[in-house]
Design a protein around this ligand. Structure first.
Ligand SMILES: Cc1ncc(COP(=O)(O)O)c(C=O)c1O
Length: 385
C-alpha cells in the first residue's frame, strides 16, 4: 500500500502547492472582511448589538430560503437553544446518530435529556431513515399520546439528524417519520451550509435547523452559529432567550425568564457578512477540489471516495475516503503526519466515548465500519485570484 500512499500524498501536495503545512480546512479572507471588522471597531459596536448581526441573519435567511434566522455565539448553543424551545426536558430522550461531532450529543445532554444512537447509512453517512422507523415501530410504544422507549421507559421528544461532512442525509424520509410520530425534527446542519436535498436547503425540513460558522467551516465568523426556522414565533423565542430574555424598555433592566447570553457579537457577524458576499465562489471552488479527488480515486485500488448521495447537492465540506483495510487507514494517517498533511480520522463515534457509552443504542454496524475505514482529506477551497 505504501506506493498508493505516496500517490495520494503527491496528489494532495499538488493541489495545495504553496503550502508547507496542509491544514484540513482553513478560512479564506479575500473580500470585505477587514473593512467590515474595522467598521465595527470604528463604530464601537463590537458586541451583541449592531447592524452586521441583523444583516448576517437576513443573508442566511435569504440563502437558505428560511423565514427566520437567529445568530448565536456558536453552533453548539444554537442546537441547545433549538432543543430547549422544542420542549426537550430532563430525562427525555433525543434520537441522533453516533457518527457526529461531539457537540451534537453534548447539546442534547445540556438539556438534561439523553442522546440515543441509531445507525447511519453507508452512502449518506447520516441517520438512517430505515433504522429510525424500525426503532420507533419495534422498540417504542405510544402511551397517552407520547412515544416511549420500551426499554428505558423514557419519552422520545425529538430527532436530530446531522448532514455529515456536508452530505445531506435521507432528510425527506426522516421528516415524514417525525411528522407521523409527532417528534420535533431539529437538523444539525452545522457542516452543510450550501448543501441541498432535492433543491431544498439542508436545515429547512423540520422545525429548526442549526448552522456553525466556526473557523473550519464553509464560511466563518471566527466563532458563531445560526438557528434557522420557518416558524417566526420560534425565531422570536430563540432570539429572546439568547439575549438574556430582556424585555424592551427605555431605561430599566427587566428579564422575564432565565435567559442566556448566546447572541453573536457584531464584530464576528462582520466577518460573516463579508464571507456571504462570495459564498457562491467558495462553494464552486470547494466542488472543484471534490471533483479532482473523485476523479483521482477512481484509479486507486483499496480506497473509495465518498460522493454526494442521490438527489442531493453537497457542499463537500470535508472530502472523505474509505480504506478497505482498517490498518491502511492508520498507516495512511501516520504517513500524512510525516508529510505535514493534516488529514484526520472520522470522529470516534459517540457510543464509544466514556460519557455516552451507557446510552441507549441499536446495532451500529455502518457507524463502526465508517469509523474504522474513514479519513477526511484537506478540503480548503483553492482560489486562483
Ligand atoms: C456536526 C456538528 N454539530 C455541531 C457543531 C458545533 O458548532 P460550533 O463549533 O460552532 O459550536 C459542529 C462543529 O463544530 C459540528 O460539526
Amino acid at each position: 500500500m505504501s506506493n498508493v500512499f505516496s500517490e495520494i500524498i503527491s496528489f494532495i501536495k499538488n493541489i495545495y502547492k504553496d503550502k508547507d503545512i496542509i491544514p484540513l480546512h482553513e478560512p479564506t479572507f479575500k473580500g470585505n472582511e477587514e473593512k467590515y471588522v474595522l467598521d465595527t471597531i470604528k463604530s464601537t459596536f463590537v458586541s451583541s448589538v449592531g447592524e452586521y448581526v441583523n444583516l448576517l441573519e437576513k443573508k442566511i435567511s435569504a440563502f437558505t430560503g428560511m423565514k427566520g434566522a437567529v445568530a448565536t455565539v456558536n453552533g453548539t448553543q444554537a442546537l441547545y437553544l433549538a432543543l430547549k424551545i422544542s420542549d426537550v426536558q430532563p430525562n427525555d430522550e433525543v434520537i441522533t446518530q453516533p457518527l457526529t461531532f461531539v457537540a451534537t450529543a453534548n447539546a442534547i445532554s445540556y438539556t438534561g435529556a439523553f442522546p440515543i444512537f441509531l445507525d447511519v447509512d453507508k452512502n449518506t453517512l447520516g441517520l438512517s431513515a430505515t433504522e429510525l422507523l424500525n426503532f420507533i415501530e419495534n422498540d417504542c410504544e405510544k402511551t397517552g399520546g407520547v412515544l416511549l422507549n420500551k426499554k428505558t421507559k423514557r419519552k422520545i421528544k425529538a430527532v436530530v439528524p446531522m448532514h455529515t461532512f456536508g452530505h445531506p442525509c435521507e432528510i425527506e424520509k426522516i421528516a415524514a417519520i417525525c411528522e407521523k410520530y409527532d417528534l420535533s425534527l431539529i437538523e444539525d446542519a452545522a457542516e452543510s451550509l450550501g448543501s441541498y436535498y432535492n433543491s431544498k436547503h439542508t436545515g429547512s425540513f423540520g422545525k429548526i435547523g442549526i448552522l456553525s460558522f466556526n473557523g473550519n467551516k464553509t464560511i466563518t465568523t471566527g466563532g458563531g452559529g445560526m438557528l434557522v426556522t420557518n416558524d417566526l414565533n420560534l425565531a422570536a423565542k430563540a432570539k429572546h432567550l439568547s439575549t438574556t430574555a430582556k424585555v424592551a424598555h427605555p431605561y430599566e433592566f427587566i428579564h422575564d425568564e432565565t435567559g442566556y447570553n448566546f447572541r453573536m457579537p457584531n464584530i464576528n457577524a462582520a466577518l460573516g457578512v463579508a464571507q456571504m458576499e462570495y459564498i457562491d465562489e467558495i462553494l464552486e471552488n470547494k466542488r472543484k477540489i471534490a471533483m479532482q479527488y473523485k476523479e483521482f480515486f477512481k484509479n486507486i485500488k483499496g480506497v473509495q471516495f465518498v460522493d454526494e448521495p442521490e438527489n442531493t447537492k453537497s457542499n463537500f465540506w470535508l472530502n472523505t475516503i474509505l480504506f478497505n483495510d482498517p490498518d491502511d487507514k492508520i498507516n495512511f494517517l501516520k504517513t500524512c503526519i510525516e508529510n505535514k498533511i493534516m488529514a484526520r480520522s472520522i470522529w470516534r463515534p459517540m457510543h464509544l466515548l466514556d460519557m455516552y457509552k451507557e446510552n441507549y443504542k441499536n446495532s451500529l454496524i455502518n457507524t463502526e465500519f465508517l469509523y474504522n475505514s474513514g479519513v477526511n482529506l484537506p478540503s480548503t477551497p483553492v482560489f486562483t485570484s
